[in-house]
Design a protein around this ligand. Structure first.
Ligand code: ADP
Ligand code: NA
Length: 325
C-alpha cells in the first residue's frame, strides 16, 4: 500500500488528521504500508525553499506524533528516493499529451493560478503520482474521491507499460475511502475544512494554540434551531461538530445525540472544545519532542528512505532494462 501527503502547510489540520492520517495509523497494522511526504509534488506551485525544508520536517514529526511507527511502516521523503523522478520521466514518455490534458485537477489548479503561471510540473503532477505508486508495486491505494481520475491514469500507464514492454507493474486497485470523516469548515459548513479555502476561524490546525482552537469550536457556525441532531442536509454545522466529537472520542453519533438531548448548542461546543484541547495538547507535546531531537528524526528518515529505495531501485532496474537503457 502507498499513500502520500504534501508538506505544504505549517501544520496539518483536523480534516487531514481525521480524513487521512488516522487511517494511515490503522492501515500500518494490517498492510505493508509506504507513506511518503511528497516534497517533489510541493514544488509544482510557488514555494519558499527554507519553508519547504521546515514543513517537511514538521510534517514528519506530526505523522509520528499521530502514531505512525517506523517499525510498522515505511515513512520517507520523496526527494530522498531519486527513483521517483526517474520513473516519472519514463512514464511521461508513455503519456499522451491529450490524455494528460484531461486531468481535471490540473485545470482547476491552473485556473486558480492563472493559466500563464501554471508550470509543466503541475501539468505532469499525476504522472509523478503514478510513479510514486508503481515503484512500490502497490496494489492498494487509499485515495479520496477527488483522486479517482489520477488513479485511473496510474492504472492505464501500468497496463500500457506491461502491454508494450512485458509484465512489470502491479496494476493498483483504487481503495476509495468512503467511510472516513469529511470535516467541514467551522465558519462555512458548506465547504470542507481546507488549508487553501478556509478562513482562519474555519480551520483547526493541530499545532495551533489549543486555547485558540477551543475558541474556534465555541464560535462555530450552526443554525437557528436548538435541537442537537445529526442532519447533514439541514444542520451541517451541528452535524460537523458531532462528526468531530465522535471521531475524537470513539463515541457513536447516536449516543452523542442521546447524551445531548435537551441540552443546548453551547453545552455541545464547550465539551467538544475540551475534547479538542485534550487531543491536541499531548499531540503537540509529542511533535515538539520529535522536533527537538533532529538526529533521531534524521535517522528515522534515513532508514525510511533506505527501506523504500530497496524496493524502488529494484522496480526501476527492471523498467530501465525493459525500455532499452
Ligand atoms: P487541503 O484540502 O487542506 O489542501 P490536502 O489536499 O493536502 O488538504 O489533503 C491531504 C489529505 O487530507 C488528503 O488525503 C485529503 O483527502 C485529506 N483531507 C483534507 N481535507 C479534509 C477534510 N476537510 N476532511 C477530510 N479529509 C480531508
Ligand atoms: Na505494516
Amino acid at each position: 500500500m502507498l499513500s502520500g501527503i504534501q508538506p505544504t502547510a505549517d501544520s496539518f489540520h483536523l480534516g487531514n488528521y481525521l480524513g487521512a492520517i488516522r487511517q494511515w495509523v490503522r492501515l500500518q497494522e494490517t498492510h505493508d504500508a509506504f507513506y511518503c511526504i511528497v516534497d517533489l509534488h510541493a514544488i509544482t506551485v510557488d514555494h519558499d525553499p527554507a519553508r519547504l525544508r521546515e514543513r517537511t520536517r514538521v510534517s514528519v514529526a506530526q505523522l509520528l506524533a499521530a502514531g505512525l511507527d517506523p517499525e510498522l511502516c515505511t515513512l520517507f521523503v520523496q526527494s530522498h528516493v531519486p527513483e521517483h523522478a526517474q520513473l516519472a520521466w519514463v512514464l511521461n514518455c508513455l503519456t499522451g499529451f491529450g490524455e494528460a490534458s484531461r486531468m481535471t485537477q490540473f485545470k482547476d489548479k491552473a485556473q486558480k493560478q492563472g493559466a500563464e503561471r501554471a508550470t509543466v510540473g503541475l501539468f505532469t503532477y499525476p504522472i509523478l503520482q503514478a510513479a510514486d505508486i508503481l515503484l512500490y508495486q502497490a496494489n492498494v491505494v487509499p485515495v479520496g474521491e477527488d483522486q479517482r481520475q489520477h488513479l485511473e491514469l496510474t492504472r492505464d500507464l501500468a497496463q500500457r507499460f506491461n502491454g508494450r514492454f512485458g509484465q512489470t507493474f502491479t496494476v493498483p486497485e483504487p481503495h476509495i475511502v468512503k467511510d472516513t470523516a469529511k470535516i467541514l469548515d467551522l465558519q462555512e459548513p458548506a465547504i470542507k475544512m481546507s488549508k487553501s479555502a478556509s478562513s482562519p476561524g474555519g480551520i483547526i490546525e493541530l499545532l495551533d494554540d489549543p486555547k485558540a482552537s477551543a475558541k474556534k469550536i465555541r464560535s462555530a457556525v450552526t443554525d437557528s434551531e436548538r435541537e442537537i441532531r445529526y442532519d447533514e442536509e439541514r444542520k451541517p454545522g451541528i452535524s460537523n461538530l458531532l462528526t468531530i466529537y465522535s471521531a475524537l472520542t470513539g463515541k457513536p453519533v447516536p449516543e452523542l445525540e442521546r447524551d445531548y438531548a435537551g441540552k443546548g448548542y453551547g453545552d455541545l461546543k464547550k465539551d467538544l472544545a475540551q475534547v479538542v484541547v485534550d487531543f491536541v495538547t499531548p499531540f503537540q507535546e509529542r511533535t515538539r519532542k520529535l522536533l527537538a531531537d533532529p538526529e533521531t528524526l534524521d535517522t528515522i528518515l534515513a532508514n525510511g528512505a533506505e527501506k523504500a529505495r530497496r524496493i524502488a531501485a529494484e522496480t526501476l532496474a527492471v523498467v530501465y532494462d525493459r525500455v532499452g537503457f
